[in-house]
Design a protein around this ligand. Structure first.
Ligand SMILES: NC(=O)c1ccc[n+]([C@@H]2O[C@H](COP(=O)([O-])OP(=O)(O)OC[C@H]3O[C@@H](n4cnc5c(N)ncnc54)[C@H](O)[C@@H]3O)[C@@H](O)[C@H]2O)c1
Ligand SMILES: O=C(O)[C@H](O)COP(=O)(O)O
Length: 389
């Protein structure tokens, strides 16, 4: 039996992928083979030695100690694009909410309306509505930072709303570039994007290089009266710098899915409780994608959509498969193969891939592994883990 430890609310459609005869799935379980989670903050100590894989049913992996996992040979998966449409729709809601004072208007009717007659209510509405006007999005410029799964959909929708769209992504993948409309105008740096955009939307991960991306110096580049939307992560922005930019009017409004205490009570800030991926569809898509990836990894050793290991896939041949993780240093494969040769094991097929400091091997052999084979492979200096799948 494989054991899957879960954290957070994971869609049952994904959990149902784990067949009951092969898997035990629970939010409390000893010696798990894998962990499946959403935004639960995972510490290195909370990852048992038995864990071989972690599946993030979502995009961001900043809640997982990925470097530590890599060192320990734990494969971390995410679900690229599976919640992108949900986030895009909420970003569009954010754009609309910042274009007009819709929330103020709704609050006005809700608070002032109760107890009034139809005539009085009509008067209240017609007298009050001038306070809650706004401007249209069409014709305005939207700057999108990060043109991956979410950013490209936001950019596309901006175009459909009649906006001019600028995009910045220095690490754009070829696949993402193909998805992107040619009408999205590429800009080379943040200063240009900020100075030309009425609305700026952030769609990139928190990395060392992107932490506090929107800092004090950069806020100087905002077009006066512009709006910043952050549906990515709070750590992408320097909170104090944004407070100053809002106070000075450089920024008209900040719309975020990641609330910070400094913004509570401000009329020019809308904070949502991390709702981006909270739709039935996104939760299902993410859970199904992660369950499929974990199952293929646990049962076949194949790796798809890992953030720390190379994509590795091999059709099954032979009788038995070895999945071996080692440091990406010379002579490892030779040593592993010589252990097999010494035990008269013929290799039916194999694949060896590396990513950074780590290498991964799937080796199909033609006979059952003899006693002690796995231990002998594990004893090679530089081998991090070895298992039969
Ligand atoms: N609010 C939510 O609920 C929610 C849901 C999903 C994702 N997210 C956040 O959104 C982020 C993006 O998600 P995604 O699915 O689009 O990821 P993605 O990997 O498809 O796209 C991220 C893009 O950012 C680009 N990028 C990296 N560094 C950059 C930089 N310095 N400047 C500009 N672009 C840069 C990458 O090249 C990539 O194209 C996630 O990392 C996560 O933090 C939030
Ligand atoms: O990175 C993500 O996928 C989002 O932030 C969604 O997080 P959630 O799964 O906790 O809603």
């Amino acid at each position: 039996m494989y054991k899957i430890l879960t954290h957070n609310k994971i869609s049952v459609k994904g959990l149902d992928k784990f067949s009951r005869d092969k898997y035990e799935v629970a939010s409390e379980i000893g010696h798990p083979d894998a962990i499946m989670l959403r935004s639960h903050k995972l510490t290195p100590e909370a990852i048992a030695d038995s864990v071989t894989a972690i599946g993030r049913a979502g995009a961001g992996v900043n809640n997982i100690p990925v470097d530590d996992c890599t060192e320990r040979g734990v494969v971390v998966f995410n679900a690229p694009g599976a919640n992108a449409n949900a986030v895009k729709e909420l970003v569009i809601a954010g754009l609309l909410l910042s274009g007009r004072d819709i929330l103020g208007g709704i609050k006005y009717v809700k608070e002032e309306g109760p107890g009034l007659t139809e005539d009085e209510l009509h008067k209240l509405v017609e007298n009050g509505k001038k306070q809650y006007g706004g401007a249209e999005l069409a014709g305005k410029t939207l700057g999108v930072v990060g043109l991956g799964a979410i950013g490209s959909l936001v950019a596309e929708t901006g175009l459909m709303l009649g906006m001019k769209v600028l995009g910045l992504d220095p690490a754009l993948s070829v696949e993402a570039a193909w998805r992107l409309s040619r009408d999205v105008e590429r800009v080379e740096n943040m200063q240009t994007l900020l100075s030309k955009s009425d609305y700026v939307s952030l769609h990139l991960p928190v990395l060392e290089a992107t932490r506090n991306l929107i800092n004090k110096e950069l806020t100087e580049s905002f077009k006066p009266g512009s709006v910043l939307l952050n549906f990515s992560r709070e750590k992408l922005v320097d909170t104090q710098a944004l407070v100053a930019a809002l106070d000075s009017g450089k920024l008209r409004s900040y719309i975020s899915d990641f609330p910070m205490p400094e913004f509570l009570g401000r009329k020019d800030v809308i904070q949502m409780p991390h709702l981006g991926a909270s739709t039935a569809e996104a939760e299902e898509n993410c859970a199904i994608m992660i369950a499929d990836q974990l199952i293929d990894f646990l049962e076949n050793g194949n790796i798809k959509n890992s953030v720390n290991f190379p994509n590795t896939s091999l059709e099954r041949s032979g009788l038995c498969r070895l999945a071996i993780i080692n440091k990406n240093v010379p002579k490892m494969l030779g040593q592993i193969l010589s252990v097999l040769a010494d035990r008269d094991q013929n290799v039916a097929d194999m694949i060896n891939k590396s990513r950074g400091e780590i290498a991964y091997n799937l080796i199909d052999i033609e006979r059952e592994p003899t006693n002690g084979l796995i231990d002998e492979i594990k004893a090679i200096d530089g081998v991090i883990s070895a298992r039969v799948v």
